[in-house]
Design a protein around this ligand. Structure first.
Ligand code: GDP
Length: 423
């Protein structure tokens, strides 16, 4: 069984929680894109863990976790993330965590460049997380990066760093007039934070290929959601990687496999971190209440998220580009306080109603068409079957299922592992 778990919306749909739940059925969990620019929060019997880089299967001793070639890894962040988990009693060994020799290292100068550029943009900023993600992916395509496999050849790595730093300083010093990067400091940084992972680096393409030939169950875990995809999302307010399920086999390093399943994680309302068009956005007291109820503050950055009602137009588009074979609806319990549940059922662009997700300028000027569903005004966090849910909650779920034209297989009614309904 080869399954991708992907986000349908703008990210923060609760993918970490669903991966943690479903990973039990899988032998391997693999991250295939992105870096530490987003976070998963997973709550289980061992505690509450924030994962930015590590695959969510890391919390289960029996699951092997792979960080694929499509990832960009800030090894200092990884070093600290691993240390925090170990403090929480999670064991992390090379048997349990495998890092692709083709994965790219996100260096301190990537973060620096991210900050310098975001500062230069001032009020035109993109809302970057300043974690170096856009600069490191740019360098990947410029073919001027250090890969995890270079750690196995320290002398070669040092030569490479010297060349890259010389090139980078043309921008850092020459362009941004910032103090130059020192190659020696970069080497020291790599020795401190990357070298400890030397024994975790391997040919994960061979590992995953053998595993899939042997019939092992592999889960591919995405970060962010469809609307943040570099190609299909709300460009340029997107991430810098491909987050879609179709990219999972590539980013994981086994481009020749075909997915059996794409599980789309879809939230019962909308949230969006940072800048960019967010048509369904709710403002004022309505927005504030929903943000508070949902605890919508970034796991990686602590930034308050923008919130809105469920967005039919954007979610249907997300479901389509993810090729979702089924959906997991999360955070249904958050809506319990609402007498009337706002749903963005269509957009208006230049006075014309549409249910197609627009791009570019049309998206910027789109306005939401809101309708209101009767709420259920009762705690659903204890429900463990569809029948136990209040009628209005059932109606809401069926409506979403119909509009997405995709079966809802799971409904999450709380952050804890067991707080869900399987249809
Ligand atoms: P991810 O990046 O998609 O995993 O999303 P985040 O981790 O940023 O956000 C999900 C947050 O919502 C976490 O704090 C989860 O513990 C929590 N969460 C996930 N599913 C549910 C749910 O069904 N109900 C509630 N109340 N919280 C949930």
């Amino acid at each position: 069984m080869l399954t991708a778990i992907v986000g349908i919306n703008w990210g923060d749909e609760g993918k970490g929680r669903m991966v943690d739940l479903l990973s039990e059925k899988y032998d391997i969990v693999c991250r295939y894109q992105g870096g530490n620019n987003a976070g998963h929060t997973v709550v289980n019997e061992r505690g509450r863990f924030i994962l930015n880089l590590l695959p969510s299967g890391i919390l289960r001793d029996s699951t092997v976790n792979v960080m694929g070639p499509g990832m960009v890894i800030d090894v200092e962040h990884l070093f600290n993330e691993v240390a925090r988990l170990r403090e929480g009693g999670i064991s992390i060994t090379p048997d349990h965590l495998k890092i692709s020799h083709m994965a790219t290292i996100c260096m301190p100068y990537h973060k620096l460049l991210d900050c310098l550029e975001e500062d230069r943009l001032a009020d035109k900023k993109f809302g970057s997380t300043r974690r170096g993600i856009a600069p490191v992916y740019s360098d990947k395509y410029m073919k001027k990066t250090i890969r995890m496999g270079d750690l196995l050849h320290p002398e070669y790595m040092k030569e490479k760093i010297a060349d890259i730093v010389e090139w980078k300083n043309l921008t850092v010093e020459g362009g941004y007039k910032h103090a130059p990067i020192s190659a020696d400091e970069m080497i020291k940084w790599l020795e401190t934070y990357a070298m400890p992972f030397k024994d975790y680096v391997c040919n994960t393409t061979e590992f995953l290929g053998d595993a899939s030939n042997a019939g092992k169950k592999i889960m591919f875990e995405a970060q962010l959601g469809a609307l943040r995809d570099i190609d299909f999302g709300i460009y340029p307010y997107t991430s810098s990687s491909s987050v879609i399920a179709a990219y999972a086999p590539i980013g994981a390093g086994i481009p020749y496999i075909k997915l059996d399943e794409s599980i789309g994680i879809i939230k019962a309302y909308s949230s969006c971190v940072g800048e960019g068009p967010f048509t369904c956005e709710l403002f004022g007291a309505d927005g504030d209440k929903l943000r508070e109820a949902g605890g919508e503050y970034g796991a990686a950055t602590g930034r308050p998220r923008r919130v809105g009602g469920f967005d039919v137009v954007a979610s249907r588009y997300g479901t389509m580009v993810q090729g979702a074979t089924c959906l997991a609806l999360t955070k249904l319990d958050i809506l319990s306080y609402l007498e009337k549940i706002p749903v963005c059922v269509a957009y208006e662009v230049n006075g014309v109603r549409t249910d197609r997700f627009p791009t570019g300028k049309d998206l910027d000027i789109a306005t939401p068409v809101y309708e209101y569903f009767d709420g259920w005004m009762s705690d659903v966090s204890g429900c463990r079957s569809f029948d136990e849910l209040p009628e209005n909650a059932q109606r809401y779920i069926k409506y979403i299922e119909e509009q997405m034209n995709c079966p809802i297989k799971y409904i999450s009614v709380g952050p804890e592992r067991e707080q869900y309904i399987e249809m």
